[in-house]
Design a protein around this ligand. Structure first.
Ligand code: GDG
Length: 471
């Protein structure tokens, strides 16, 4: 196997499933990343390296939907130290403004180094001479440097999907220098926002001592690394088409009916994660009911919380907290057949997501910190009639583009209450004006444009090595 384009991500775009004859098989897990990368993968006959989940050991490379997939194995110890430990117990909270307290454990770090090394070795063994390798996200920050050591001929890009924190927080990391050097193995390091890129360049200057100028880092060996923002987006046309289908229209109507045709439906859809601000938003909504500003006859809050990282302690605690809060709110404020909150701890097919977006009048997205937040963009893409309101946290990357949302500070409960109420009471003209502007933004910058701009930039990076791929 020899590929001109290699994608390296923690997860493969497939899940392990049992086929009807009882044998194990694969099912596509269509996410934004696959949609974005598929066209460039096809144009370059690319290969994707990643973990399929689980601890199976005898996994062979295979073809899926026209893509070459190379599964990486993971031992139980690696799942605990690398994935649940360093990636999700150290980096995730540290990079999200310490919303939860990061834990620093030397065994977790050792697991992280080991798994990154294996991913780098796998990529090195697959990439053709001068190939392009695109490494993704916070689980694999050491891969660029490890890969460059093995294969100096490669053109290497790295993209971070989550925020990159300011120096004041990053410096807590006992392994801060190793992580910065890991990323500097890439020719191009991409971030969601310019602020993340600036944080990175500043840290490299202060902590590693390299010369920098604007978005460039000059390494002693003569190499240059560029750090820049590439805000990710969604398949806007695909979501709109889905939302316009008859099946989704019918399902949206059925959802409204099942909820008793209230005047307004509020909606939240998130992975059940402490960064997403689910607790605070439900509290804000419940206070609006308790204060008498809203009534359960007119308004309901549908909260979908998609199960996530259930083996990690902090996620279990969060689940219990939300369960308790929802129970209390419904017990105190609901009436027969009229719960205040319709709470669903489950994941759904894309069609059901589109139907929920169509059924909802007010989408509430209130993370304490979020790299981008695709849910906010998906809601906008589905509102093809230019209606519906978006209440959006200032601390989501999406807020830099979706300026016409009702922007809120999720730490300010009263502020959130008043914005949610304004969105509830907004007249049609106001809603249309705001939604139309946001829809324009999203249609002009979809996920294909995102992948294209990253690949184009990567192919333009001035390297003495690596042949460019077709963007
Ligand atoms: C990370 C960063 C950044 C959710 N539930 C279901 C489902 N989803 C889909 C949504 C959306 C995606 O998952 C979630 O993306 P977000 O951006 O909202 O959040 P994270 O998972 O935290 O993603 C984030 C993103 O990476 C991309 O760079 O924006 O900031 O944290 O697309 O629709 N999809 C289906 N069923 C569900 O139940 N089918």
């Amino acid at each position: 196997m020899s590929a001109d384009l290699v994608i390296v991500a923690n997860r493969l775009p497939v899940d392990r499933v049992e086929l009807s004859d009882g044998t194990p098989g694969w099912r596509g897990s269509p996410g934004g990343l696959v949609t974005a990368i598929e066209p460039v993968m096809r144009a370059n006959d690319g290969t994707w390296i990643g973990w399929p989940g689980g601890t199976e050991t005898d996994l062979e490379p295979f073809e899926f939907d026209g893509m070459h997939l190379v599964p990486m194995t993971m031992s139980q110890d690696e799942v605990e130290t690398f994935y649940e430990g360093f990636a999700n117990g150290t980096i995730w909270p540290l990079y999200h403004d310490l919303v939860a307290k990061p834990e620093f454990h030397r065994e977790w770090w050792d697991g992280y180094v080991g798994v990154n090394q294996r991913f780098a070795e796998k990529a090195a063994s697959i990439a053709s001479e001068g190939a392009t390798v695109w490494v993704h996200d916070y689980q694999l920050q050491l891969v660029p440097q490890m890969l460059r050591e093995l294969r100096p001929d490669l053109r290497i890009g790295f993209y971070l999907h989550i925020p990159f924190p300011p120096a004041e927080l990053f410096q807590q990391l006992p392994w801060r220098r190793q992580l910065l050097e890991g990323l500097l193995g890439a020719d191009l390091v991409g971030f969601q926002l310019p602020g993340g890129a600036a944080n990175f360049v500043r840290l490299v200057r202060q902590r590693v001592g390299h010369k920098t100028h604007r978005d460039l880092v000059y390494l002693p060996d003569g190499r240059t690394v560029r750090a820049a923002a590439f805000p990710i987006s969604i398949d806007a046309a695909g979501f709109q088409e889905l939302a316009q289908s008859d099946a989704v229209a019918e399902r949206a109507k059925a959802i409204r009916e099942a909820l008793g045709n209230p005047r307004r439906i509020f909606l939240g859809i998130d992975r059940l994660d402490y960064t997403k601000g689910i607790y605070a938003r439900l509290r804000a909504f419940s206070e609006l009911l308790a204060d008498g500003h809203l009534d359960v006859e007119d308004a309901v809050f549908v909260q979908v919380a998609v199960p996530s990282r259930e083996q990690v302690e902090q996620y279990r605690i969060l689940r219990d907290e939300i369960d308790r809060l929802v129970g209390r709110i419904n017990g105190d404020l609901g009436r027969i057949g009229r719960p205040a909150i319709s709470y669903l701890h489950s994941s759904y097919p894309r069609e059901e997501m589109a139907a929920l977006y169509r059924a909802a009048d007010i989408m509430v997205v209130t993370p304490y910190r979020d790299g981008m937040n695709l849910v906010a963009k998906e809601y906008v893409a589905c509102r093809f009639e230019d209606d519906g309101a978006l209440v959006l946290s200032e601390f989501a990357g999406a807020a830099e583009e979706l300026r016409q949302a009702w922007l809120v500070n999720p730490y300010d409960i009263n502020g959130m209450k008043s914005s949610m109420l304004d969105a509830y009471n907004a007249d049609e003209r106001e809603l249309t004006k705001r939604m139309r502007a946001m829809r324009k933004t999203i249609s002009q910058h979809d996920v294909a444009a995102w992948a294209d701009s990253f690949m184009t930039e990567l192919s333009h990076v001035d390297t003495a090595h690596g042949k460019p791929v077709r963007p």
